[in-house]
Design a protein around this ligand. Structure first.
Ligand code: FAD
Ligand code: GLY
Length: 700
């Protein structure tokens, strides 16, 4: 039996849509990997288009419409679920430390129907007792409000449940199956779920399933408890919103065991991927800023710390509406305002899905704004866990012809445009099935169809280098930052020598003997990539090599430098000895690949570390790129047959008698090895087994 509509994601967005569609008569299934991991539980619950200074335009319209839906929407939810939502039209006060007067820092949205009042020092202190003496004035937004987002999310879940939505927590969607421009099912940790229509509402994790530019932006938070001894008239009665911190007093919560009032303090905004946990620095900064505005907080008991991941997009606007698949709708990327936007998102998406009514406002939030010049369809996805890769290949072979498993980002490399693709592996439908089911290589959310990386060093001349790079079909070219800096031979005109609109630069720290040097050079590398037009290139191939004879990397220095560079927002690809423990540690600190050596750099000795590389591959959750020592295409193929995700080959190409020919040989070998790995080799046996078996043949 198929369900009418299947929703992926159990945060406020997915749940609000589920409830709305169910109320309109749809049959709805909702799958959620982890209800409690949703940003919706981590948020502050401010309904704050004015305090958040959303500039005039479609986004502000969307926010206002949603804020105005809130009173009735929460009333209805409370009625259906029997649970409170904590909606509170408390208004938001935005204190400032310098008296700039009503015209000095007028809110962006001055000329609209939502009022904003400037309060001078006397007025603000009268209005809100307890503010620090340093507060010189502030803006009062009476129509901004708040909801207790945790209570809201629970109320939504209960409402969905009592309305008969088929709710599943703990089920992860692993892939979206597509066939001829339609989604035909989702593959999950508990089997396949078919439906007529699908809605993607998986928040910050959306790019794991589709090539959408949605990334996590981490926010740390904490809460304190208002002591009973505080006089009721002196406690906070409204949200305080400063540029670097906000303080959100909740109404009293009542349970059988607990009767208390909390204040939520938030939030950091960190570009650290899905790095979990609170940090001392994050919490310290929040507390300092909060106490600066509202000093009496300093004595309140701390109740809780937590963190969450805002789903952000390059323009910080949500992605709403149609997708390239005719029966798949998108509702993601709500960034800092997903709680606020839940009711309007639910309404507009239900109008679209259930009544085929598309409001013009939705046009401003179409995914198409990121897809200029690229194919408007999603294709095969990324690498998953290694063991699943081959299993899935087999399973899908039986299951369907021409059907694509789309898991991760595949479209964009830069500006969300297609990478150079003479390799049409991703335009899958007309290719042999085995190839079509491979996933592209994904490193730090960037997708590459080529699994061979090359370099620019050691060539006899620039022309050979240019021809070889083209012949190799590579998309990632590593460049030694130091050699470019010192204008070493072959590195003088790097900007002109290669087409950096089609190639992704991988700056490397070759020549660095210590962690400190490597960190410095990595920073220069990032600037170098910017100069070449790759503004958002944060990749670095980390090499810390103190030993000039064997050129073996320093594991401790590499780990130290990697930790620091990850903190600075780099996507770190460390070059390492084939040491499985080190590989794991590097993965744990946030490296986006590991790059074990096959044998010493430039030695051409081939695969001397096979057993260890195999262990690394087996255990790695990030792509494994075999780097250094490969001398011939047969060795390249062998490394890929082991299950390496990619290879980096430089010397064997640059120093060959005919580098472009060798580059092409390496390209073909890399592809052949990959195919062999996916196909699954036959087991090695001790004795011969006839190709034409005798059993079953007719004998006279
Ligand atoms: P989420 O709430 O993150 O839910 C996504 C769901 O999808 C999760 O349940 C997850 O398990 C599930 N999922 C993901 N991948 C899969 C998969 N493959 N298969 C199945 N399920 C999957 N907004 C406001 O309006 N006001 C605020 O004051 C506010 N403060 C914030 C403070 C912080 C610290 C943070 C982090 C966010 C804040 N936000 C705020 C933003 C708001 O929380 C988000 O925009 C909103 O929660 C996004 O909702 P969502 O349903 O899209 O995503
Ligand atoms: N909207 C508040 C936050 O995202 O931190």
């Amino acid at each position: 039996m198929t369900n009418d509509i299947l929703i992926i994601g159990g945060g406020v967005v997915g749940l609000a849509i589920a409830v709305e569609l169910r109320l309109r008569g749809a049959s709805v299934t909702l799958l959620c990997r982890d209800f409690h991991a949703a940003a919706s539980h981590a948020a502050a619950g401010m309904l704050a288009p004015q305090a958040e200074q959303i500039p005039p335009g479609a986004m502000l319209d969307l926010c206002w419409r949603s804020r105005s839906l809130y009173p009735e929407w929460t009333r209805k939810l409370e009625e259906i679920s029997g649970k409170p939502t904590g909606y509170w039209a408390c208004g938001i006060l935005a204190p400032v430390y310098e008296d700039v007067g009503a015209h000095g820092c007028a809110p962006l949205q001055e000329n609209n129907s939502s009022p904003a009042y400037y309060l001078d020092k006397e007025a603000i202190h009268l209005y809100q007792p307890g503010l620090s003496e340093a507060v010189e004035g502030g803006w009062w937004y009476p129509e901004d409000a708040q909801v207790d987002n945790r209570a809201l999310t629970l109320a939504l879940w209960s409402a969905a449940e009592s309305l008969g939505v088929d709710l599943h927590d703990g089920i992860a969607v692993e892939g979206i199956l597509q066939h001829q421009g339609r989604v035909i099912g989702v593959q999950t940790s508990s089997g396949n779920f078919p439906a007529d229509r699908y809605i993607l509402a998986s928040g910050a994790w959306s790019s794991e399933l589709l090539p959408l530019p949605v990334r996590p932006k981490k926010g740390q938070m904490l809460s304190v408890q208002i002591p009973d001894s505080d006089r009721a008239d002196a406690t906070l009665q409204r949200v305080l919103y400063a540029p670097d911190v906000y303080i959100v007093p909740r109404r009293e919560s009542r349970s059988e065991t607990l009767r208390e009032r909390r204040i939520i303090i938030g939030a950091t905004s960190e570009d650290v991927g899905f790095t979990p946990y609170n940090t001392p620095a994050g919490i310290q900064a929040l507390l300092q800023r909060a106490i600066r505005i509202y000093p009496q907080l300093q004595d309140y008991p701390i109740r809780e710390f937590w963190w969450g991941f805002r789903p952000t997009t390059p323009d910080e606007l949500p992605i709403l509406g149609n997708s390239p698949c005719s029966n798949l709708t998108l509702a993601t990327g709500h960034y800092r305002n997903g709680i606020l936007l839940a009711p309007i998102t639910a309404k507009l998406i239900a109008d679209l899905v259930w009544e085929q009514k598309s409001e013009p406002l939705l046009d401003s939030f179409s995914y198409l704004r990121f897809m200029r010049g690229s194919r408007e369809r999603f294709g095969a996805g990324s690498r998953g866990k290694r063991a699943e890769e081959t299993k899935r290949l087999g399973a899908e072979e039986q299951e369907s012809n021409n059907c694509q498993l789309s898991t991760k980002n595949q479209l964009p490399i830069t500006n969300y445009q297609l990478p150079i693709t003479n390799n049409s592996q991703m335009q899958t439908l007309d290719l042999p099935q085995q190839q079509s089911l491979d996933r592209p290589l994904v490193i730090a959310d960037r997708t590459f169809s080529s699994r061979l990386m090359t370099g620019t060093g050691k060539y006899r001349n620039v022309e050979e280098m240019q021809q070889s790079v083209v012949a190799s079909g590579c998309q990632i070219v590593t460049v030694a930052v130091r050699r470019v800096q010192t204008k070493a031979p072959g590195h003088e005109n790097l900007a002109e020598a290669l087409d950096w609109t089609k190639l992704w630069m991988l700056p490397n720290t070759a020549g660095c003997q210590t962690a400190e040097e490597a960190i410095r050079v990595a920073r220069l590398g990032r600037e170098m990539a910017k100069v070449l037009g790759q503004e958002d290139n944060n990749f670095v191939k980390l090499e810390v090599i103190p030993d000039p004879k064997y050129l073996l990397p320093d594991p401790i220095g590499t780990l130290q430098a990697a930790e620091q560079l990850v903190k600075e927002g780099f996507a770190v690809l460390p070059y390492i000895n084939a040491d499985p423990m080190l590989a794991k540690r590097l993965e744990e600190v946030g490296c986006v690949t590991v790059m074990p050596l096959a044998s010493p750099i430039g030695s051409g000795q081939g695969l001397k570390t096979t057993a260890n590389i195999q262990i690394i591959i087996e255990n790695s959750g990030v792509p494994v790129v075999v780097d250094a020592g490969i001398g011939t295409p047969s060795e390249a193929a062998q490394a890929m047959e082991l299950g390496a995700d990619a290879l980096l080959i430089n010397t064997a190409i640059a120093q060959a008698k005919n580098p472009p020919a060798m580059a092409r040989g390496m390209k073909l070998a890399t592809e052949a090895g990959r195919l062999a790995y996916l196909a699954g080799r036959i087991p090695i046996k001790d004795y011969a087994i006839a190709s034409s078996p005798l059993s079953g043949t007719v004998t006279s």
